[in-house]
Design a protein around this ligand. Structure first.
Ligand SMILES: *Cc1c(COP(=O)(O)O)cnc(C)c1O
Length: 379
């Protein structure tokens, strides 16, 4: 677990809580009446700090949280997070006592899991997962009888039922058809349960792209992760809400030098100066989470974009600051934030997505919460 400190000496992450709140409100407003935001805070809230993010969201009225593991759920409870905490992933049924003790809600990942959990004899809250085509977790959506069977189990208190869309992130016709089909399969399960007079629990289907591309779906929850953190590529979705970046990766200029025409910078000599150049060394590297494979990225130095010069090292990297006025040792450099260094843009530079970029932020990087009235000095 990362510490929340004010250590801005080397490399650090700023979490802008005002932007987080803005995103949560904007997203909640997009949802149909009756649908609630389930804030997905798994993987340490995508590197943003699970306790920090959840406690602020709770303060603003969010009452449902999604995590990947039982331990992530327990950590939230230990830090005073109330409301519903749904564990999306598999939990060893041997840990059923902890599920109960911490008041967590467990996903039932398939029929044999339901039986195993029920057999433990301890009543727990669960959501049933239905597989409608992603083929990861869930009851096959045509296995009506097994699904209905779960509702008759003694120790499963079924509070919800959900599925996950696997290609809702774009609007090409094939993927749209596949997604519509997933939705249809899910509701065919609901219809079957109704014919059996089973009380329908809370239903949810959408995650971030599902909400932004299929906003008309009427569910009880939308499970929102990446959009909450402002990591959606602008303009890539049907709805285009004004989402703001929450995470800013920053570091310091620690050394400045002139590199003459023809001289190189860094491992492998991949950067060669085409002119006499001013090179700043910055105190952040791939162990801090800035990917080594970013080749043509840039950083923001005193408000000006500076291209990377050479390979990213484990603890440091270099940028070309030729022509940028007034740069001095100790100045702040922003590596991930907004504009041309938005998380989706940086991620694209190394063939990934902002979700993965956020998750890789290093253990040694302190997290600083920033909100109105709490701006760190000198950052
Ligand atoms: C991670 C996850 C989400 C959140 O997805 P985003 O695309 O980040 O919004 C939603 N549902 C499940 C089951 C997940 O595992």
């Amino acid at each position: 677990m990362k510490s929340v400190t004010s250590a801005t000496g080397r490399a650090w992450i700023e979490i802008n809580l005002d932007n987080l709140r803005h995103n949560a409100e904007v997203l909640q407003e997009l949802m149909p009446r009756g649908c609630r935001l389930m804030a997905v805070v798994k993987a340490n809230a995508y590197g943003h700090g699970a306790v920090l993010v959840s406690s602020w969201l709770q303060r603003w009225g969010v009452t449902a949280f999604g995590v990947a593991t039982v331990d992530e759920g327990i950590e939230l409870r230990r830090h005073g997070i109330k409301g519903e905490i749904l564990v999306f992933g598999y939990t060893d049924p041997a840990r059923v006592k902890e599920i109960k003790k911490y008041g967590l809600t467990q996903t039932v990942v398939d029929a044999s899991y339901a039986e195993e959990l029920d057999r433990r004899g301890i009543p727990v809250d669960v959501h049933i997962k239905i597989d409608t085509g992603m083929h990861r977790l869930g009851y096959p959506s045509d296995d009506f009888e097994s699904i209905a069977g779960a509702f008759n189990m003694r120790c499963l208190r079924i509070r919800g039922m959900y599925t996950h869309l696997c290609c809702a992130d774009n609007e090409n016709p094939g993927d749209r058809e596949f997604t519509e089909n997933q939705i249809e399969k899910f509701y065919s399960v609901v219809d079957y349960l109704k014919t059996k007079n089973i009380k329908i629990p809370k239903l949810h289907i959408q995650s971030s792209y599902g909400l932004l591309n299929y906003p008309k779906l009427k569910c009880d929850y939308a499970r929102i992760g990446i959009a909450l953190y402002g990591g959606i590529k602008t303009g890539s979705t049907y709805l285009k809400p004004d989402l703001k970046p929450v995470m800013f990766l920053k570091a310091r200029v620690v050394h400045i030098q002139t590199v003459k025409t023809g001289e190189s910078v860094g491992y492998g000599r991949t950067f060669t100066a085409k002119r006499d150049s001013l090179i700043a060394v910055v105190s952040v590297g791939y162990d801090d989470g800035y990917p080594r494979t970013v080749r043509s990225g840039c950083a923001l130095v005193n408000g000006v974009y500076a291209p990377l010069a050479g390979r990213v090292c484990m603890d440091q990297l270099a940028v070309d600051i030729t022509g940028i006025p007034g740069v001095k040792t100790g100045d702040t450099v922003t590596l991930i934030g907004d504009g041309r260094i938005s998380a989706p843009d940086v991620a694209e530079h190394y063939g990934s997505i902002s979700n993965e970029l956020f998750c890789r932020m290093g253990e040694r990087v302190p997290v600083i919460a920033v909100h109105a009235g709490n701006k760190p000095k000198n950052a």
